[in-house]
Design a protein around this ligand. Sequence first.
Ligand SMILES: Cc1cc2nc3c(=O)[nH]c(=O)nc-3n(C[C@H](O)[C@H](O)[C@H](O)COP(=O)(O)OP(=O)(O)OC[C@H]3O[C@@H](n4cnc5c(N)ncnc54)[C@H](O)[C@@H]3O)c2cc1C
Length: 382
Amino acid sequence: MSLELSADQKTLRREIVAFARRELGPGAGERDREASFSRELWQACGRMSLPGLCVAEEHGGLGLSPIDTAVALEALGYGCEDGGLVFAICAHLLACVVPIARHGRDEQRAHYLPGLVDGRLIAVNGMTETESGSDAFAMSTTARPVPGGFILEGRKTFSSNGPVADLALVYAATDRAKGFAGGVTAFLVDTDSPGFSSGQRFSKMGLRSCAIGELVLEGVFVPEGRVLGGVGGGGAIFAESMNWERALLAASHVGTMERLLETAVGYARSRRSAGKAIGKYQAVAHKLADMRIRLEAARLMVWQAAGKLESARDASLYASMVKLAVSESLVESAMATVQVLGGYGIMTEYGVERVLRDAMASTIYSGTSEIQRNIVARWLGL
Ligand SMILES: Cc1cc2nc3c(=O)[nH]c(=O)nc-3n(C[C@H](O)[C@H](O)[C@H](O)COP(=O)(O)OP(=O)(O)OC[C@H]3O[C@@H](n4cnc5c(N)ncnc54)[C@H](O)[C@@H]3O)c2cc1C
């Protein structure tokens, strides 16, 4: 079994890294300070089909396999210093576009996918509510059947891309008696629908160039043709989308961890203290060695989890394990990099503190570390 990238994968990686460095990196610090999302950069990503990496070519995507998508997202995380933008692309692709590509009817795919892939449309996934986060089925958003469709009432929160989205993938209870499996339905809601508004926009410690806010649904009519995957199928669609998000968002973190390692090693070689490079002090060198080991382990776990995504029965186990391990590794490596850079690690102009602030959210979104451990424990029969 070879773990080397193929020639095509190397080309894919090289092109995305070059694009991200050239077009997405400049101004990242300013966008972080101003908490501004850039639609122009989103459209530039669209010209590279990044919002639709694994979407079939007939809908404008690159038709990449999950493992090739991991290679591409790792390259994006490595080359792009704007962590909020990387997160926004991943949330759009993995929690919204993938479910439409995998469960949409032909008409839904033809209607939405080309724009979602080429940068014209931005999508948001709405599951979390103020009173239901980890316990997702405690949701109070409902969908009531009416002639020709459903009326949606409720309020979603912490929705990534919410304030700038054109399309919302909204999960609502259609039959409480059936529980999460069978009682939740996924709806494709155009954000210009009457009764839909974007509510509060949140200020955050990190990922500040990704706009996050509420989705407010006040008597929004959604036609029957905008139900994704059938009435009652929303729980399964959400669970599958979380497998994709957990496994492949982690790929972008691998890229970020590689960039952090290069920064930390470069600094440890050149910064001198008491007559020698700080990297010659074992206390510093061991931090860097641990960063390298976490990086290699993270990459292997991502490839393993990605390989399970399309059909394996235990895909959710591997997605939870990789999500947990890589998000916690990312936080550790970001903290180590700040420490190695000393005072410069704290100063905003070096960009390292921004990576740490961005990283902190990774152990919370897509299900917290505690929830991932619960899932792994369930697979152990506990
Ligand atoms: C940056 C960011 C982006 C996000 N994007 C989206 C999005 O696009 N769409 C969306 O729907 N949601 C999104 N979320 C919401 C995210 O999924 C939730 O924040 C997360 O699932 C946790 O829910 P909560 O915040 O309500 O915390 P809670 O569920 O209230 O948890 C609080 C604490 O209790 C712990 N806890 C809760 N239940 C258990 C349990 N059973 N066992 C052990 N520990 C437990 C948690 O681990 C946590 O430490 C986003 C969140 C963030 C931070």
